[in-house]
Design a protein around this ligand. Structure first.
Ligand SMILES: [Zn+2]
Length: 200
């Protein structure tokens, strides 16, 4: 994580907001929320529950795209996908029940996240429609794609063939831009009793 910068003081938060034009003309492009706890194949539960999240913010101002990484999320509220007029941020030290940092950032009244730690990294090339945090998030209007070679698949809408990593089920067609699904293999994965296939 050497390429991430941590926001540890109010001065650093203010400097971040100044550098990105206060997130004026921005939007939340992508949010990947992950729990560090899990239920295992034997149905036992790992109890190290903690919400961490990657948030990709697109902006019409430089650096155009920036990732915010929240660790130990205490509160997350969202009700509007944007466009945001601006953002405010605070860094405070709380002493009760234990001493720890609390970092909050709020985009208008539309998205606010409070966490124990916040890291950022510029992602100037991460503009455009595609998902950056792993695979696309499926939606009900996605169309079938057919595998036509190890790394090649064909879109059922425009019939273009395009290259994608073998194990990816959902991706955007490079020809017409629709979201495609390797439908048969998605169904197989869902049916498998031992979880996701081990092809990764
Ligand atoms: Zn297509």
């Amino acid at each position: 994580m050497n390429h991430y910068s941590e926001i540890t003081t109010q001065e650093e938060m203010d400097a971040l907001l100044a550098r990105v034009a206060g997130f004026h003309d921005s939007m939340a492009k992508e949010l990947h929320l992950l729990n560090r706890g899990w239920v295992g194949p034997d149905r036992s539960m790992m109890m190290n529950h903690r919400f961490d999240a990657r948030l990709l913010v697109h902006s019409q101002w430089e650096p155009a795209a920036i990732e915010l990484l929240f660790v130990g999320i205490e509160r997350l509220l969202t009700e509007d996908p944007g466009e945001y007029w601006g953002a405010s941020g605070t860094v405070e030290l709380v002493t009760s029940p234990v001493e720890k940092r609390r970092v909050s950032i709020a985009f208008d009244d539309a998205l606010s996240i409070t966490a124990e730690r916040l890291f950022t990294v510029d992602r100037p090339n991460w503009t455009g429609p595609r998902s950056r945090f792993g695979e696309e998030v499926p939606h009900p209007e996605c169309v079938p794609a057919t595998r036509v070679g190890d790394r090649w698949r064909q879109c059922s809408v425009c019939a273009d063939a395009f290259e994608e990593e073998e194990e990816v089920l959902y991706c955007l067609c490079s020809g017409c831009g629709v979201m495609t699904e390797l439908a048969d293999e998605a169904a197989q994965q869902a049916d498998a009793t031992d979880g996701p296939s081990g092809r990764r």
